[in-house]
Design a protein around this ligand. Sequence first.
Ligand code: OAD
Length: 265
Amino acid sequence: MPSDRDLISDVLVRRLREARYVVALTGAGMSAESGVPTFRDAQEGLWARYSPEQLATPEAFAADPALVWGWYDWRRQLALSVRPHAGHRALVEVARRVPRFALFTQNVDDLHEQAGLAAVVHLHGSLHAPRCGTCGRAADVAALPPAPSREPGRIEPPRCLACGGRLRPGVVWFGEPLPAEALQAAMQAAGECDLFLSVGTSSLVYPAAGLPGVASRAGACVVQVNPAPTALDAVADFNLAGPAGVLLPRLVEAAWGAGPGPPRA
Ligand code: OAD
C-alpha cells in the first residue's frame, strides 16, 4: 500500500510548479476537518440525518418557513464557530505561488475567506448572506437573533425591513439556478486553466460537477483530493486519496519546499 506521500508524484509536482493558471473547486469535504458536516457521507452526512426535500427546496420553504429557517440558522451558527485548517491555508499558499489562481466553492461557509483568500466565488450562495424572499434586499446579518440551541429548531424567519417579506437563507436550493455570473466565471475559468484542483466534493451535483470535465476537455491537468472514490475518479489525472487537511499541505510542501504559513489574523 503506498502512503499518502507516495501518491504525490514527481510528475504532479512538476505540473503544479509549472502551472500558469490554477483553478480550485471545493466541496463539503474541504470543511469537514474544521467540523462542518458533509452532505453525503454515510454516517455523519447531513442528508443521512435530514431530508433535502423538507429543507433545501423553495417548496419546502413555502410549506414550512420556520422549519427551514431554523435549520439554516443552526448551520449558520455552526459555521460562525469553526476555523480554517491547514488545507485551507495550503490553498492560500498555492494562490500566492502561481501566476493566476481562482477558487470556486460549493460551500456556504466562509472558511476560505477566513484563511485569507480574497476572491472566493460561492456557487451555492452563503449562510452569511440571507436576503428577503420577496424583494431580494440583503438582510443585516448582524441584526439577526442568535440561534437558541445546538440542535436545529423551528424559528420564524425575520421580516425584511424594506417590504415586510420573509427573509430566506442566502443559499441555492435544489431546483434553483446558480448565480449566473458565478457559474459563467467558473465555466470560463475551467476552460482556461492548466491545472484544475477538485477538493472534497462527491462530484454528483451539477452544474458544479461538470467543471472538471470542462477543464479536462480543454487540456488541463485535473487533480482530485478526496479520501473516498467519486464520480470524478475516471476523469482525474491524479487522485490523491486522503483528507484535504493533510494532503494539500503536503502537495504545497512537495511543490515549493515549505508548508503553509500560520493562519492570518
Ligand atoms: P458531498 O457531501 O456530496 O461530498 C463530500 C465529499 O467530501 C465526499 O466525496 C467525501 O468523500 C469527501 N470528504 C470527506 N472528508 C474529506 C476530507 N477531510 N478531505 C477531502 N474530502 C473529504 O458534498 P458536495 O460534493 O460539496 O448543495 O455536495 C455538493 C452539493 O450537494 C452541496 O453544495 C449541497 C449538497 O446538497 C446544496 O445544498 C444545493
